[in-house]
Design a protein around this ligand. Structure first.
Ligand code: DAK
Length: 257
């Protein structure tokens, strides 16, 4: 891995992916996204890992797709590049992903963050879809996910002007879970990750799948999936352990089975 750093057990059961193109403010080129994809596939298969944190550095989570690499491409070049396969992996990852964001999360960087499951932001974080200022529009889900996250009027304003959203505003609009001082954002992401990592990974995965389905289907279909996943938890040793531990008034020991 050249453009990202992966630490599989940063804390027990918690892996960390750090985007690492600092000079380019972590601009997301195809190589970096391929490395993210490969890391997510491996971490999803690694039984020791239960939660994944993705972060950048203090200055930038990511300032967007790499404009210098995109500038001269034709529509067909972009089509043949087929970047969606790599981007889709973020969405397909079964384990929960927390984005820990400081500084810029713009364009593809903001879309990347919105594809993650939860977001902890430093007070310095800035979110935005400024593609309109370079003559294009969001291409990795921004028009859809930002609209669902902040509502139509605000999404229109942000995407049509390219204005940035401060961390506090992003929190107000529900785009991020929590805003903390800049020295604390990664630590806070680990606190959240460790809390989730103590729980049944089977139940966590089924809950994540069910929540995500609410964005993709009508209520009836989502409720059907939720019910099936609810029944499925009763096939896990973790459900037996969790309920037994409650009755015996002790802490459960979840094995992920
Ligand atoms: N691409 C390439 N290089 C970038 C970059 C980017 N997006 N953002 C920053 N850099 C580079 C700068 O060129 C500069 O490099 P040098 O000139 O030093 O070589 C270095 O990072 C530092 O940037 P600045 O000097 O500009 O730093 P400032 O603090 O003055 O400004 C800024 C920071 C973030 C406000 C500014 O850099 C900026 O406006 N950056 C561009 C933001 C932007 O427009 N982002 C949207 C890009 S379009 C898709 C997937 C994704 C996408 C599309 C399709 N598919 C799956 C098909 C996404 C598209 C986009 O994200």
């Amino acid at each position: 891995m050249e453009l990202i750093k992966v630490t599989e057990q940063h804390e027990p059961h918690v892996a960390l992916i750090q985007l690492n193109r600092p000079k380019e403010l972590n601009a997301l080129n195809p190589q970096l996204m391929q490395e993210v994809r490969d890391a997510l596939v491996a971490l999803d298969k690694n039984e020791a890992v239960r939660v994944i944190i993705i972060t950048g550095n203090e200055l930038a989570f990511a300032a967007g797709a790499d404009i210098k690499q995109m500038a001269d491409k034709s529509a067909i070049d972009m089509l043949l590049l087929d970047q969606f396969t790599t981007w889709d992996q973020i969405r397909k990852t079964k384990k929960p992903i927390i984005a820990a964001v400081s500084g810029f999360a713009l364009g593809g960087g903001c879309e990347f963050v919105m594809t993650c499951d939860m977001v902890i932001a430093s007070e310095t974080a800035k979110f935005g879809q400024p593609e309109i200022k370079i003559g294009t529009i969001p291409g990795a889900g921004g028009t859809q996910r930002l609209t669902k996250a902040v509502g139509k009027a605000k999404a229109m304003e942000l995407i049509l002007t390219g204005r940035f959203l401060s961390a506090e505003e992003a929190h107000f609009y529900g785009l991020v879970n929590k805003v903390v001082p800049k020295e604390m954002y990664l630590q806070e992401a680990f606190t959240l990750a460790k809390e989730i990592a103590q729980l049944s990974p089977v139940a966590v995965q089924l809950a994540k799948e069910s929540i995500n389905r609410s964005f993709e289907t009508h209520l009836d279909e989502g409720l059907t999936l939720e019910r099936k996943n609810f029944y499925l938890t009763f096939a896990s040793a973790d459900q037996k352990e969790g309920m037994k531990a409650f009755i015996e008034k002790r802490k459960p020991d979840f094995k992920g089975q």
